[in-house]
Design a protein around this ligand. Structure first.
Ligand code: SF4
Length: 89
């Protein structure tokens, strides 16, 4: 976060509670519990150029739309790419 504010390239991806819930739902990672493994998997599948922003973006999606229960899939901007959504529709 500090590196982001200083316009330095991110060295990792934020994996907060929202990211831990949302990223496996989307289907971009398989780990669902271990925060370090989740960050590692995210770093393997996402280009480094977006590391500084993508964690915050997924976290924001989790706070506003992809809630723990009753995610608002119908209004989600990435539902066409989401495994959870595809599996339920
Ligand atoms: S489509 Fe649904 S499950 Fe998938 S990321 Fe959006 S809100 Fe979450």
């Amino acid at each position: 976060m500090i590196l982001r504010e200083a316009n330095k390239p991110a060295e990792g991806i934020i994996a907060d509670l929202h990211v831990i819930r949302v990223a496996p739902r989307i289907g971009i990672i398989t780990e669902t519990k271990d925060r370090n493994k989740i960050e590692k998997q995210l770093m393997q599948v996402l280009p480094k150029e977006i590391w500084g922003e993508i964690g915050m973006a997924i976290s924001f999606l989790g706070r506003e739309i992809c809630r723990p229960t009753n995610p608002k899939c119908e209004i989600c901007p990435i539902n066409q790419f989401c495994q959870y959504y595809k599996g339920n529709n």
